[in-house]
Design a protein around this ligand. Structure first.
Ligand code: ACM
Length: 644
């Protein structure tokens, strides 16, 4: 009993020691000093700054007071109490914030200069804010040390647009979580929050002139259970929620204080079932009931227009009538008054043409306007809305379907169905945001093929995306001519929420992929380094995250894949993907847990001729989070091996 307690204590002591060593050594020895996204340049110099009790925080400029306060509060969480001063005597050891000289820096750029007696964060506006974000990543935890390596960091972004999207239509998230999401974005220098506010399954923003949008359109009578399309029925529970205009204004202000622009999305002409349920005259066929999905037995009334209870694409879309345009203009007036964003997202994706084909009114309109077909009718729809929004001094962004039937003159295109739409739009001299679902940027897709993954929309492996896939994506298509590349304004990842029922699940899907997004959005291409990213910096950042209440996907062991390994004497060499985590493994077919063998050093597995073994691993983090179980077949000529 006593011995076993002693043994456990020794194990714990070793674990704590190894965590401390790994954390400080990564921060000190890593070429990027542990920073995500990797900066443009990091030049380490000899010596270090010791953050002792004599250090003061120097800020001479009133406009930088908020940043200074934020740094002081953060330092406190790390165990350092910093006195904020406006002047400091010569020789005083200082940490200084300044905008002097920042005019010479690129847009959003900053410098951090660390010498043994002086740390200087140089930047203005967003630049100084990003200097702060980087410096917060450099600051040690007093419990683990107080030393910061001397260095000079020069940094600025590759792309002006660095975006993260959140769908609040399928599932609604409280204001407090939206703010947390914005904080997480800001920490990684993302600067555009694309807020997908309206959907078939829920209209989530208060519009004062049309109260039924949220009263009726903000509520559904049930939600499909399980896979889509599936046979599980719905849960029969009313699901509702919306943001008041006051909530939205609060979020806009919160984001602006973190140099994040909020782009609202009002979906049109498709994905509009919730609006149509509230105001049926917005449909081509106001009297027609919402068809009940065969694969999702319905909860509640089966007649009339309904807010959708299952996922997918629906035929009942906005009718392009003068009344609909008046309605949309009224809605957009209120949206424009809440959101100062230059860009207003108008959707434009997945608009079936079935109802427009069947509608006498639409067919007559096509003739009247001299349009070729329903695709040109969609283009007419988008161009009218664009004209209205341009008239208010704003610009539209639309999903890449807005290319069909002719692009609106000033539109920015979000390329989601692969990269083709982005290429086409750039070739037409239109600005583009790359967010291809084919290249890992759909964060609603699962992060591995393991059966341990939770239910997601990218079923049966379709659309699997892990952080490596995101990292390997370059947003600038090689197909573009040199002078067209400038139209690629940036990159974004999308967080569709069909299967994201809770903030914890959103976080699970966000981390660590957001790190890769940040790096492809910010870091120069030539500075990208997947090995350094995977083996040094992700483990460090996940270790920090592990100590907070934020959820994340635990990566599988570094060095292991699910590709079979052939041979008789096979060496297994693994590394932990989270500092302080442990890898446990089995070779006997059992599912590993903390009761299995702990991986410490490389293992040699002997596989007799004609036989096979299965290596199964699991990663368990200091807070007890678990990776999926990874299986690798070790095979020495066994005959009955199933090919994965
Ligand atoms: C989309 O994923 N329908 C833009």
């Amino acid at each position: 009993m006593c011995l076993s307690i002693l043994g456990k204590m020794k194990k714990l002591f070793l674990m704590v020691c190894s965590t401390i060593i790994s954390l400080s050594s990564i921060a000190q020895t890593d070429d990027n000093m542990g920073l995500i996204p990797a900066p443009v340049s990091v030049n380490k110099t000899s010596g270090s700054f010791v953050l002792d009790h004599t250090v003061v925080l120097l800020n001479k400029e009133h406009k930088n007071l908020k940043i200074a306060e934020a740094l002081r509060s953060f330092a406190l969480t790390k165990g350092f109490k910093l006195k904020l001063v406006k002047t400091a005597p010569i020789g005083q050891k200082v940490m200084e914030l300044t905008s002097m000289g920042a005019d010479q820096l690129p847009n959003e750029g900053y410098q951090i200069k660390i010498t043994s007696r002086h740390i200087k964060l140089i930047g203005k506006d967003a630049g100084l804010f990003y200097a702060l974000q980087s410096f917060m990543q450099l600051m040690p935890d007093k419990k683990l040390g107080n030393v910061i390596q001397n260095a000079e960091i020069n940094d600025y972004p590759r792309f002006a647009y660095r975006g993260m999207h959140l769908d609040v239509g399928r599932h609604f998230f409280p204001v407090s979580f939206v703010k947390k999401y914005i904080d997480l974005m800001a920490a990684y220098k993302l600067n555009n929050f694309h807020w997908h506010l309206t959907e078939d399954q829920g209209w989530r923003i208060e519009i004062k002139k049309y109260p039924k949008l949220t009263e009726v359109g903000g509520s559904r009578n049930g939600t499909i259970i399980g896979d889509y399309p599936g046979t599980g029925g719905t849960d029969n529970e009313v699901y509702k929620g919306f943001y008041t205009q006051q909530d939205a204004k609060e979020i806009v202000a919160y984001a602006a204080a973190r140099y994040i622009n909020v782009i609202p999305e009002i979906e049109l002409p498709g994905h509009s079932s919730a609006a149509i349920a509230a105001y049926p005259s917005l449909s081509c066929f106001p009297e027609r009931d919402t068809p009940i999905g065969e694969k999702a037995p319905w909860s509640g009334p089966r007649t009339g227009k309904q807010v959708q209870q299952t996922w997918g694409v629906f035929d009942d879309v906005f009718v392009p009538s003068e009344d609909t345009f008046r309605f949309l203009e009224d809605v957009l007036d209120e949206i424009i008054a809440i959101f100062p964003s230059k860009y207003i997202h108008i959707g434009g994706d997945e608009c079936p043409k079935k109802y427009w084909k069947e509608s006498e009114f639409c067919q007559q309109l096509i003739k009247e306007k001299g349009l070729k077909d329903e695709h040109e009718l969609q283009s007419y729809f988008i161009q009218r809305i664009e004209k209205y929004i341009n008239g208010k001094g704003r610009s539209i962004i639309g999903w890449d379907e807005i290319l069909e039937g002719g692009l609106a003159p000033n539109a920015t295109v979000m390329s989601w169905r692969g990269v083709k739409g982005g290429i086409e739009a750039a070739q037409q001299n239109h600005n583009v945001i790359m967010t291809p679902s084919t290249n890992g940027l759909y964060f609603d897709h699962k992060q591995s093929l393991s059966v341990d993954e939770p239910l997601t929309i990218g079923r049966r492996g379709k659309g699997t995306s892990n952080f490596t896939k995101v990292y390997n994506y370059d947003p600038v298509p090689q197909e573009l001519a040199e002078d067209q590349k400038k139209y690629i304004k940036g990159v974004q990842a999308n967080m569709w929420s069909e299967y994201l029922e809770s903030p914890a699940k959103v976080e699970y899907m966000l981390f660590p992929r957001i790190y890769a997004l940040a790096e492809i959005a910010w870091t120069p291409l030539e500075r990208k380094d997947i090995k350094n990213f995977t083996e040094q910096r992700i483990p460090l950042h996940l270790n920090r995250l592990d100590q907070t209440a934020t959820n994340y996907w635990v990566p599988t062991p570094i060095g292991q894949t699910d590709e079979p390994i052939q041979g008789e004497q096979i060496t297994i060499n693994l590394k932990v993907p989270v500092v302080g985590a442990k890898i446990y493994y089995t070779l006997d077919g059992y599912r590993p847990s903390e009761n299995a063998t702990m991986y410490i050093d490389p293992i040699q597995v002997i596989v007799p001729q004609g036989q096979k073994k299965m290596l199964k691993t699991i990663v368990i983090t200091p807070s007890g989070k678990r990776s999926v179980v990874t299986e690798t077949l070790l095979n020495n000529g066994a005959a009955d091996v199933k090919v994965k």
